[in-house]
Design a protein around this ligand. Structure first.
Ligand code: ADP
Ligand code: 5SP
Length: 536
């Protein structure tokens, strides 16, 4: 018998850019089961790279919706084959890569409600989508729609005050506007638009799941203060949008019981609750049990940096989302598109495709890289909007190449200096008791975390699993079970294992990076001025 038989638990799912992952967490908050399906490796027939298709224009980026459905089938079948005891699952929740959208064709709700347990999900949902390739967060093809949306509500700052962000290309409202303008027929045949998170919840529910406030904040459509759709924004994007989105709900809502499909095919108990799914970054905030004053750095496909906020302070850079675990509060987030895939590219070019070779370069070079600085943005960056590779010598002269080990250190130092500078731009200051909580695939790399600790001058902690979005989803499922009794999230997760120290700042690091950070900020501004003219 498998070791995980008969343990009452909650499941946490993550539909992220490169894979679908799951964890099972027991009542003592121990993770006792983890699994994943990797799109590029395990679903070759979809031909994705890094989980996505980059189109010919270099701006449009999509993922096949049926790939996500099939990944869920595969992972559930793997769990069944391993003897996983689904009858003990009290509740489940999940996360999705943020901003991506799924378009359910008219009639899909009937199909969802009457699935046969004899067939896999992807066999039955083939005809349920009006768009087979979903726009995802890496898309940057909607600049025209962004400008139109900002103009409608009185400018970028006005939109930020309303929805928590100025218009961003990847934000769902702008993606919906583009779809409506370019393919009005598909739009009119769409009965429901989901985020990746609420789409995944819908599969478990057997009906359309509502969008939660926190992931809904990444659409440029939700009024983050009163938590209702902005009629002005909806109207600027597409007609009849409110009915296609449904009403948003608090992130800790129980959205229903699991559908009979899962009861009959896998043996889930009929009372198993589905707690609203949310964005992967909000779910990570829950998984890391982030506290006010801490900084979370997620090193997944994207790099993100996020903070807990009491009050929203929307600006022209970064995003404010509704907080996923406390409806009175908020979170601030910065997203960097050139994260793991950029690191992988440099690793493949210079370190024989090996993370241990990559680490050797970090170990053999000095903090501060003898003054050499680099910017590595093979795709148009979000924070800041720069493309290309730019290298500078200690004298601020642009140079065309660095030795391989200097290049690797310049990449990692540059990525973390950008995070510190832009976090400070949001008003964030490192305090004596500040700690960084790191998560995501690259947080397995101790040498990368050492650079993070040195650049920020702050200790870096990790949790036992780098899958904090999954773990956070399982914690949120427990919270959803208890929330009827108004228990705060912190109470529900108080037994969870504490994060452990992974890297402490090297003595002398602050002095080295103080001057370098100023140069990095100055050079970033120089590149921006060269590419788009002086600031207004
Ligand atoms: N030892 C390592 N050092 C650096 N990066 C790593 C290491 N192991 C995995 N990664 C990176 O982690 C990334 C995947 O992170 P993950 O958080 O699982 O992504 P996502 O949730 O977006 O699918 C990979 O693209 C890979 O580059
Ligand atoms: O666009 C954002 C956040 O605004 C990204 O962080 C996506 O949410 C993708 O997440 P990962 O798959 O990289 O975790």
């Amino acid at each position: 018998m498998a070791e995980h038989t008969g343990r009452r638990c909650c499941l946490g799912w993550d539909f992220s850019t490169q894979q679908v992952k799951v964890v099972a967490v027991d009542a003592e908050l121990n993770v006792f089961y983890e699994d994943s399906v990797h799109f590029d490796r395990d679903l070759l027939e979809f031909g994705t790279q890094g989980g996505v298709h980059v189109h010919e224009d270099g701006l449009t980026v999509t993922s096949p919706v049926l790939m996500w459905v099939q990944a869920l089938d595969i992972i559930l079948e793997k769990m069944k084959a391993s003897g996983f005891d689904f009858s003990q699952v009290l509740a489940l929740s999940g996360a999705g890569q943020q901003h991506g959208s799924v378009y359910w064709k008219s009639g899909a709700s009937q199909v969802l409600a009457s699935l046969s347990p004899d067939l896999l999900l992807h066999e039955q949902l083939q005809a349920c989508f009006s768009i087979s390739d979903c726009p995802v967060w890496m898309d940057s093809s909607t600049t025209a729609q962004c400008r139109q949306l900002e103009a409608t509500v009185g400018g970028a700052q006005a939109l930020s005050c309303l929805t928590g962000s100025r218009a961003y290309e990847r934000f769902t409202g702008n993606q919906i506007a583009k779809l409506y303008q370019q393919n009005p027929e598909a739009y009119s045949h769409t009965e429901r638009i989901s985020l990746v998170s609420s789409f995944a919840a819908s599969l478990f529910l057997g009906s359309h799941s509502p969008i939660d406030y926190s992931d809904g904040s990444g659409m440029n459509l939700l009024r983050i203060q009163d938590k209702i759709w902005s009629q002005a924004c909806l109207g600027a994007c597409a007609p009849h949008l409110e009915e296609k989105l449904g009403l948003p709900v608090p992130s800790c809502s129980v959205v229903g019981a699991i559908s009979s499909y899962f009861v009959q095919r896998y043996g889930f108990p009929p009372g198993c609750k589905v707690v609203a799914f949310t964005g992967d970054n909000p779910a990570s905030l829950a998984g890391m049990r982030l506290e006010e004053g801490d900084i979370a750095v997620s090193l997944g496909t994207s790099d993100t940096l996020f903070l807990w906020l009491q009050e929203p302070t929307p600006t022209l850079e970064g995003h404010i989302f509704c907080n996923p675990v406390d409806p009175q509060h908020y979170m601030a987030l910065l997203c960097f598109k050139n994260g793991s895939l950029m690191r992988e590219k440099i690793r493949d070019e210079l370190a024989s495709s090996s993370w241990s070779e990559f680490s050797k370069a970090l170990q053999s070079t000095e903090m501060g890289n003898s003054g050499n600085l680099g910017f590595y943005f093979d795709v148009m960056e979000i924070t800041p909007e720069i493309i290309g590779r730019h290298r500078f010598s200690a004298e601020n002269h642009e140079v065309s190449a660095f030795p391989w080990d200097v290049e690797i250190r310049a990449l990692i130092e540059g990525q973390f200096m950008a995070k510190k500078i832009h976090a400070e731009g949001l008003g964030y200051r490192v305090m004596p008791k500040t700690k960084i909580l790191a998560t995501g695939g690259a947080s397995h790399n101790r040498d990368i975390l050492q650079v993070l600790a040195d650049v920020f001058g702050t200790p870096v902690y990790v949790t036992d699993t780098a899958n904090s979005a999954c773990v956070g989803s399982a914690y949120r499922a427990f919270h959803g079970l208890a929330a009827g009794t108004d228990v705060p999230f912190s109470e529900v997760v108080k037994l969870a294992p504490n994060p452990r120290l992974a890297a402490a700042p090297t003595p002398g690091a602050s002095q080295v990076y103080e001057a370098l950070l100023q140069r990095y900020a100055m050079l970033e501004q120089r590149i921006l001025t060269q590419t788009r003219g002086p600031p207004e």
